[in-house]
Ligand binder design. Structure first.
Ligand code: NDP
Ligand SMILES: O=C(O)C1=N[C@H](C(=O)O)C[C@H](O)C1
Length: 266
């Protein structure tokens, strides 16, 4: 089988660097180019701190996608740029594999429509770590039986979006099995705004940002005389790479947009 030709957007970022290394060491995937906002017209090997690879680097995403005969775009930048790159990829019949979080529901709906109109696949995964995918699925199951639930997500202090994509996806999965309901005392009042966190149908989401953290989430369920905590920790960016690899392979056989890695697991 021929290689899957990959463009990576954001190769100098924390996730981008890990993705470049993963693709470099993989037999099925081939890095053909990168999209970087600082460097243009160089080879990856000319950029300090990146592997010695010949892939060409572009600042202009449109130029990159027009010139390169690529199969997949691995998008790991920022919410704003990520959306633009994902649209551009679909316009060029390049399948997006998106780790970037912070897209709005309207943007997701628009991208899904583009995929369906064109009959090509895309994967948008709020979390590529298998443990996080299981944490979300277990939480959905638990919420059927213990519907009083709060989510605490903790991330490094360079993160742009809050709450995290993982926390939002967890809340959406729980919404599928839980009726909207008031949690806490009916007369509860915040004496300091924000004390009770963000609200999704009565379920609260709390976002912690501190140096030293990578990506962590606890989903806490309360019942009579008991609590259940489902917790996941990513300690490094390699934890996400088997998911990026799986998505880059599976997206080749999709004709629509898949939101969440769970849809690609057996
Ligand atoms: N789905 C998942 O499993 C995971 C998703 N994420 C998400 O991935 C994204 C990236 O995270 P992370 O690597 O930690 O962030 P970083 O800030 O470390 O990296 C982002 C990179 O994108 C670059 N960039 C910004 N704009 C552009 C552009 N227009 N063109 C090309 N490159 C651009 C930045 O460039 P510069 O260095 O010049 O600023 C930076 O190098 C975030 O949205 C994060 O939430 C993170 C971890 C896991
Ligand atoms: O920005 C991050 O770091 C992460 N972002 C994703 C999210 O918003 O859920 C995935 C993971 O939590 C790391």
């Amino acid at each position: 089988m021929s290689n899957i030709r990959v463009i990576i957007a954001g190769p100098r970022g924390k996730m981008g660097k890990a993705a470049v290394q993963m693709v470099e060491s993989d037999n099925q995937l081939e890095l053909v180019a990168c999209i970087d906002r600082k460097y243009n017209g160089l080879s990856l090997k000319d950029i300090e701190g990146l592997p010695s690879l010949d892939a060409q680097v572009y600042t202009d995403a449109r130029e990159c996608m027009s010139e390169q005969d690529a199969d997949v775009l691995v998008e790991l930048t920022t919410p704003e740029n990520g959306y633009v790159h994902t649209r551009l990829a679909l316009e060029h019949n390049i399948r997006p594999v998106v780790g970037t979080t912070g897209f709005t529901q309207e943007q997701l709906d628009e991208l899904r429509k583009m995929c369906e109109d064109k009959g090509i696949g895309a994967v948008i995964a709020p979390n590529f770590a298998i443990g996080a995918v299981l944490m979300m699925q277990f939480s959905k199951w638990a919420a059927k039986h213990m519907p009083q639930v709060e989510i605490i997500e903790k991330h490094h202090d360079q993160k742009l979006d809050a709450p995290s994509g993982t926390a939002l996806k967890t809340a959406q999965l729980i919404q599928d099995v839980r009726e909207k309901q008031q949690q806490g005392h009916a007369d509860e009042k915040e004496t300091l705004q924000g004390a009770r966190g963000a609200d999704v149908d009565g379920m609260k989401i709390h976002s912690v940002r501190l140096p030293g953290l990578v990506a962590h989430q606890e989903v806490i369920f309360g019942g009579h005389g008991q609590t259940l905590t489902i917790k996941h920790d990513s300690y490094n960016r390699e934890s996400f790479m088997s998911g990026v690899k799986l998505a880059s392979e599976k997206v080749m056989g999709l004709q629509t947009l898949v939101y969440g890695l769970e849809h690609l697991l057996d």
